[in-house]
Design a protein. Structure first.
Length: 197
């Protein structure tokens, strides 16, 4: 999710030095992960570069912020969700997971005020609200996985072997790839419909 930096169209550059210190080039001061966490909450966009190599390490720093928040006892990520997420790293559908998660978070952000209000009214406490959101996430991931599995089953029916048991021709493989592209497009359309609901 890309968010604009307050007062600027460009993200703030943060440099990480070998001593693990973080330097905010906009304020010419050293900052901590807590400062970066607050910047995220304030919708201030930033990128983090390794000061020595120039490598963009924003993803690992953001992941570290999440780890720190979880370690403080602010458990936002359900264990089952983490297990499912880890299992996708070597899965064929791993390339689709980031887009799906990004879309889900955008949908939640877009409707967060009304969701917060309706959940508070329905359950009267944050814990109850989190349980509902956890169930929504599980249901969404289950639907996504089921749709992908169905597409793969249909693809397996088209793939590899011709009617006489021999390996298919180049034309068969090309048709198989076209069918896979259609399946992926159909899944993306289904996910877009889910995000509107």
């Amino acid at each position: 999710m890309s968010q604009s930096t307050k007062g600027s169209g460009e993200p703030i550059t943060i440099k990480k030095y070998a001593n693990r210190r973080l330097y905010n080039t906009a304020t010419s001061s050293y900052v901590t992960l807590d400062h970066l966490c607050q910047m995220v909450k304030d919708s201030q966009d930033f990128v983090v570069y390794d000061a020595k190599t120039g490598e963009d390490i924003t993803r690992s720093v953001l992941t570290q912020i999440i780890f720190e928040q979880e370690a403080k006892g602010q458990n936002l990520l359900p264990i089952q969700f983490l297990r499912q997420l880890i299992s996708y790293y070597d899965d064929q559908m791993r390339h689709m997971v980031p887009g799906y998660l990004d879309m889900s978070m955008e949908t939640l952000t877009k409707h967060q005020d009304e969701l917060r209000e309706s959940m508070t009214e329905a359950f009267g406490n944050p814990a109850g609200s989190m349980r509902v959101f956890e169930e929504m996430t599980k249901a969404n991931l289950a639907l996504f996985q089921e749709t992908w599995s169905d597409a793969m089953r249909r693809m397996m029916g088209l793939s590899g072997m011709s009617g006489n048991g021999e390996e298919g021709s180049g034309e068969d493989k090309e048709a198989e790839m076209d069918a896979l592209k259609e399946q992926v497009a159909a899944m993306q359309e289904q996910l877009s419909e889910l995000s509107k609901k």
